[in-house]
Design a protein. Structure first.
Length: 377
């Protein structure tokens, strides 16, 4: 059993079942995530017999850095190996660190590739292989944290974590949830609930499940104000159209008496979704919902078929939203020179049975129905 990726409640149960006290879980979490210790023999506040038990029955394994690239703007991208496929080919994912004056954000992946086939995203072009384990997801945080401490003389550089890398987090819910718990846990990373953001393309049932399971920031990859346009950009919209998605967002806000807004991500595509008319449609769409809009200038990749909206179009679009009292942030592209910007992450994916194209065909034939959680994972 890999001790990495197990949240406190599950780890407490592990120790109790072996006749140990629950607080042993807190000690192990602190050794792993706060002190970065991976040698069980160095966990000196554990008894010798307990250390022997852990050595004989558990392991501590993290993803391995295959490469590191540093952008001119300070953004860092890591290519991380997550093992080999059955044919011996390596699967690798990407995680990106984005430094700013008042915070350091790590963008992490949840799947090897992605099956949702959003047309403006480089990850979708790679196809889909498998879900990441909880250890492989939290491992990205651990590896980045340790590497940053090495680069910056032991300073704490990570303040925020966003699930906006490769894959659809809510189609890997069972492994994403314990990671979120560890990020929030005071004995692990101890981040505030506003410092952890789960982004989704719109898996409506899982938004409802997330709302009951944990309190974190929610981001929605919206990218269009109408079903007609969103069907083309984000194919999952054909299963869960905008009306259902926004209703789920409202339920998310209503549960647990949440006071924050939902963040709606909107990639700006020239001549596709960037007109002033579409900005007004977006205003009308979000009436009554506590919303914040992130406008994302499109980040190009080979053979994408799209162009970034020009700055004038972005400014006009933003102005329409702000005139209607919607909070708008135009995201500044980061790490473009190392293909680390939003929508550019590709990694190395062994596309198992061409899952991306397979799932797209199923959408088009309206066969996906309730099988979306199983057909794409």
């Amino acid at each position: 059993m890999n001790l990495v990726g197990i949240d406190r409640e599950t780890l407490e149960q592990f120790f109790v079942e072996r006749g140990e006290k629950k607080f042993r879980a807190q000690q192990v979490l602190q050794w792993l995530y706060q002190r970065g210790v991976t040698n069980i023999n160095e966990m000196t506040d554990l008894s010798k017999s307990l250390r022997e038990l852990l050595q004989n029955n558990t392991e501590i394994t993290f993803p391995v850095i295959e490469s590191e690239q540093v952008s001119a703007d300070g953004t860092i991208k890591w290519l991380l190996s997550v093992g080999q496929d059955s044919d011996g080919k390596t699967n690798a994912i990407e995680a990106v660190y984005i430094p700013e004056s008042n915070r350091g954000t790590l963008c992490i992946s949840s799947q090897v590739g992605c099956a949702l086939d959003c047309t403006f995203c480089a990850t979708a072009r790679q196809g889909f292989n498998r879900n990441l384990t909880a250890a492989e997801i939290i491992g990205q945080v651990w590896v980045a944290d340790q590497r940053l401490r090495s680069l910056y003389s032991g300073k704490q550089m990570l303040t925020n974590v966003v699930f906006m890398g490769m894959g659809e987090p809510l189609l890997n819910f069972k492994n994403v949830l314990p990671v979120v718990n560890l990020l929030l846990d005071d004995f692990a990373y101890g981040m505030g609930k506003r410092k952890v953001t789960v982004s989704t393309s719109g898996v409506v049932p899982k938004i409802d499940e997330l709302s009951q399971a944990v309190d974190v920031s929610l981001a929605i990859s919206l990218h269009a104000p109408t079903n007609e346009v969103r069907n083309e950009l984000v194919p999952i919209n054909r299963k869960y159209p905008i009306e259902q998605l926004l209703a789920a967002c409202q339920r998310y806000l209503d549960s647990k008496n949440r006071k924050e807004s939902v963040t709606f991500e909107y990639v700006m595509l020239d001549g596709v979704n960037d007109s002033e008319k579409q900005a007004q449609q977006l205003v009308n769409l979000l009436k009554g919902i506590r919303a914040k809009i992130n406008l994302i200038p499109f980040n190009a990749f080979d053979q994408s078929g799209y162009r970034r909206s020009n700055q004038q179009a972005i400014d006009k679009f933003s102005q329409v939203l702000m005139q209607n009292n919607i909070v708008v942030i135009t995201r500044r592209p980061r790490g473009e020179d190392i293909a680390a910007a939003c929508g550019q992450l590709a990694g190395q994916v062994v596309d198992r049975a061409h899952r991306g194209n397979h799932c797209m065909r199923m959408y088009e034939r309206s066969l996906i129905s309730r099988k979306i959680e199983t057909e794409c994972i």
